[in-house]
Design a protein around this ligand. Structure first.
Ligand code: BDR
Ligand code: CA
Length: 315
């Protein structure tokens, strides 16, 4: 039976790629896609979610949720890498902007409508919606099957400040609340997502532009390659969110260690940093699984295969 999932995302090029793969994977039953502000402002994130889903037009449309701003606003955005519209300037049409429920309500409703423990959540952006859903329905953490979070770092440097990873930095208070919640969590930090680099040759092996998935990727990926080259001198791109989706689809390719983690919400230099009690005798309770290693070659192969198969399925 397909795994029921809710995808919470802030598209974002790597979010969009993850969305394409997830919506067309027969092992997943995507109940809802909920937008969150992060790479782009909330309204644009909502629009991008709709745009990607309209482009793909999956056999069964998921529920959609609208993003709203974090309580303290968004401190940064990701437009330097993801383009002004978050999708590399692809400027996809959106046929009709639906009136959508807020993302946190959609998450609560979908989890409540299914048997306890049967819905997994995959969080690919700031944790604003997840924290709000937990606040709205305090029993929710225990009703979710598992929560996979792309975010944070263990020993690696951050990517938005020296200490912080982007998703956690965007809404540290929400991340702290989610880390401390009694939910079953797996964190996919930069330490492992940075190990995956998709090289330029991917562009020569994308599905044809005449396919739905090919069309999306041909439009969003070249600007990402340009951005990574200009900003980091890197001849390839990271796709943190797609790697995190692979952790859901292929857990056997990841080594997960139970750790005790929390989030810094106040530090002048460390706001948004994820902190783990790695002392010889830890005093904090272990509260989440953290991906420590991944099988690089196999994860890259799985992503490339996922792209091919998604294109075949969507037509
Ligand atoms: C995360 O930040 C965003 O820019 C990406 O979409 C990803 O979710 C990586 O730090
Ligand atoms: Ca993201």
């Amino acid at each position: 039976m397909a795994k029921k999932v809710i995808l919470d995302c802030d598209p974002g090029i790597d979010d969009a790629m993850a969305l394409c793969l997830a919506l067309l994977d027969p092992r997943l039953d995507v109940l809802a896609v909920t937008a969150v502000g992060g790479n782009v402002a909330p309204a644009q994130a909502t629009r991008n979610v709709q745009a990607i889903i309209e482009q793909i037009d999956p056999p069964r449309w998921p529920r959609l949720g609208a993003a709203s701003a974090p309580d303290n606003g968004l401190p940064v955005d990701g437009r330097n890498l993801h383009g002004n519209d978050g999708l590399g300037g692809a400027d996809f049409n959106v046929a009709e902007l639906h009136h959508l429920h807020p993302s946190e309500k959609v998450i609560c409703d979908q989890v409540r409508a299914a048997p306890p423990g049967s819905v997994s959540v995959v969080a690919l952006g700031p944790l604003t919606n997840i924290a709000r859903a937990f606040q709205r329905d305090p029993e929710l953490p225990g009703l979710i099957g598992d929560l996979t979070i792309m975010g944070g770092t263990v020993t690696s440097p951050g990517n938005i400040t020296p200490a912080a990873e982007f998703n956690i930095y965007c809404d540290p208070a929400a991340a702290k609340a989610v880390f401390r919640s009694p939910s079953t969590k797996t964190l996919i930090p930069l330490d492992v997502t940075n190990r995956i680099i998709l090289t330029f040759d991917l562009l020569n092996h994308l599905p044809d532009r005449s396919t739905k998935v090919g069309n999306i990727l041909h439009r969003i990926l070249p600007p990402a390659f340009r951005g990574y080259r200009q900003q980091f001198g890197l001849e390839g791109i990271h796709v943190h969110d797609t790697v995190s989706l692979m952790a859901v689809l292929y857990p056997e390719l990841f080594t997960i260690e139970e750790m005790a983690g929390d989030v810094e919400t106040m530090g002048e230099l460390t706001m948004g940093m994820t902190v783990f009690d790695r002392r010889r005798v830890p005093a904090w309770r272990r509260n989440l699984g953290v991906a420590k290693y991944l099988r690089e070659r196999e994860v890259i192969d799985a992503i490339r295969r996922g792209i091919r198969e998604a294109a075949e399925r969507a037509g």
